[in-house]
Design a protein around this ligand. Structure first.
Ligand SMILES: Nc1ncnc2c1ncn2[C@@H]1O[C@H](COP(=O)(O)OP(=O)(O)O)[C@@H](O)[C@H]1O
Ligand SMILES: CC(=O)N[C@@H](CCC(=O)OP(=O)(O)O)C(=O)O
Length: 299
C-alpha cells in the first residue's frame, strides 16, 4: 500500500470512529426525515439519500421518512390544466386537486422512494397518513387582513389539513418488523374526506408523536438564510418568531420552521433544516463534527 493509500484508509477509519459516540447515543432512537419534492429530482441524490437511510437503520437508529412532492403535484396539475395557488406556502386544494395530490404522493412518489430504499438494501413499507389511522386531519383555518377595510377575513384553503391526532401504532409495527416506514403527507378527516397536508407539517407531527431524537427537513437551500444570505446555524423558537415578523422567511420556509418549533416544543429533541442537494448531507450533519444546516432547539 502506498503512503497516500494508507493515509486515505486511516482517514476513513477516523471518520468511522468519529461517528461511534453518535451511534452509541442514538441506537434505538427515532429520526424522522422529511425529504422534500425539490430535493427529489435527481436520481443520484435519491440513491444517496436512500443509502443514508439504510445506513441509519444498519447502525440501530430507526429512520421514518415523510416525503413531499410539491413540484411533482404542480407538474401534474399543469398537465391536467388545473391552476394552483399558494397561501403562506400551502397549496389551496379543491376536491380535484386533493385527488391529484393523493395520486401523485401516495402513488408515484411513495413507491419510487420505497424502490430506492430497496435498491440500497433496506426494507421499506410505503403508507400514507390514512393507513392504520396514522394521521387524523382537520381543516386548516387561515385569515388575512383585507388591506382596504383592514378587517381580518377567513381564507378558505379547501382540503388543506393539519394533523389533529397521530396514532403511531402502524409505524411501531413496521419498525418492529425491521421495516422503514415511508409516509405520504395525506390524511383522512373525521368527516372521511381526504386532506392534503404540507409534508413538513406532517413530519413534525409524526416526530413529536414518536418523541424523535431528530427531525431532519431536507430541502434545496443550505438552511435558513439571513436577509444578507448567510446561514443561520442555531435558532430558538423565539428567534423563529422574529424571522417571520421581520420577513426574513417566506413561502415554504414558513411552514417548515413552524413545524420545527412545534416539534421541539412537543418532545422532539431538535430539528434541522439542511440541504438535500449536498451528497450525504444528513450523515455529515449528524455523524461528523463538520455539521451543516440550521439546528432548531429549545436552547
Ligand atoms: N430565509 C430563508 N432561507 C432559506 N430559504 C427561504 C427563506 N425564506 C424563504 N425561503 C424559501 O423556502 C424554500 C424552501 O421551502 P420549500 O420550497 O417548501 O422546499 P421543499 O419543497 O424542499 O419543502 C427555499 O427554496 C426558499 O426559496
Ligand atoms: C397543503 C400543501 O401545500 N401540501 C403540499 C404537499 C406536498 C409537499 O408539502 O411537498 P414539498 O415538501 O415538496 O413542498 C402540496 O400540495 O404541495
Amino acid at each position: 500500500m502506498s503512503a497516500t493509500d494508507e493515509k486515505t484508509t486511516l482517514s476513513k477509519a477516523e471518520t468511522l470512529i468519529e461517528a461511534l459516540p453518535y451511534f452509541q447515543r442514538y441506537a434505538g432512537r427515532t429520526f424522522v426525515v422529511k425529504y422534500g419534492g425539490h430535493a427529489m429530482g435527481d436520481p443520484k441524490a435519491a440513491r444517496e439519500f436512500a443509502e443514508d437511510i439504510v445506513l441509519l437503520k444498519a447502525v440501530g437508529i430507526n429512520p421514518v421518512v415523510v416525503h413531499g412532492g410539491g413540484p411533482q403535484i404542480g407538474a401534474m396539475l399543469k398537465k391536467l390544466g388545473v391552476e394552483s395557488k399558494f397561501v403562506d406556502g400551502l397549496r389551496v386544494t379543491d376536491k380535484a386537486t386533493a385527488e391529484i395530490a393523493e395520486m401523485v404522493l401516495s402513488g408515484a412518489i411513495n413507491k419510487e422512494l420505497v424502490g430506492w430504499i430497496a435498491q440500497a438494501g433496506g426494507k421499506a413499507i410505503g403508507i400514507s397518513g390514512k393507513d392504520g389511522g396514522l394521521v387524523t386531519a382537520t381543516k386548516v383555518e387561515r385569515t388575512a387582513r383585507d388591506p382596504e377595510s383592514n378587517i381580518e377575513r377567513a381564507i378558505d384553503l379547501g382540503f388543506v389539513g393539519e394533523p389533529s391526532h397521530v396514532d403511531t401504532a402502524v409505524i411501531d409495527t413496521a419498525v418492529a418488523a425491521g421495516m422503514i416506514p415511508i409516509i405520504a403527507p395525506i390524511g383522512a378527516g373525521e368527516d372521511g374526506e381526504t386532506y392534503n397536508i404540507n409534508a413538513d407539517t406532517m413530519a413534525g407531527a409524526i416526530a413529536a408523536a414518536l418523541g424523535a431524537a431528530r427531525l431532519f427537513l431536507l430541502t434545496d437551500v443550505a438552511g435558513v438564510l439571513s436577509k444578507e444570505g448567510t446561514l443561520l446555524t442555531d435558532l430558538s423558537p423565539k428567534d423563529v418568531t422574529g424571522l417571520r415578523e421581520d420577513g426574513t422567511i417566506s413561502g415554504g420556509m414558513i411552514p417548515k420552521l413552524e413545524t420545527c418549533v412545534q416539534a421541539v416544543e412537543a418532545g422532539c429533541d431538535a430539528a434541522v433544516v439542511l440541504d438535500g442537494r449536498v451528497p450525504h448531507a444528513m450523515l455529515l450533519e449528524f455523524f461528523t463534527s463538520s455539521g451543516a444546516g440550521t439546528l432548531i432547539s429549545a436552547k
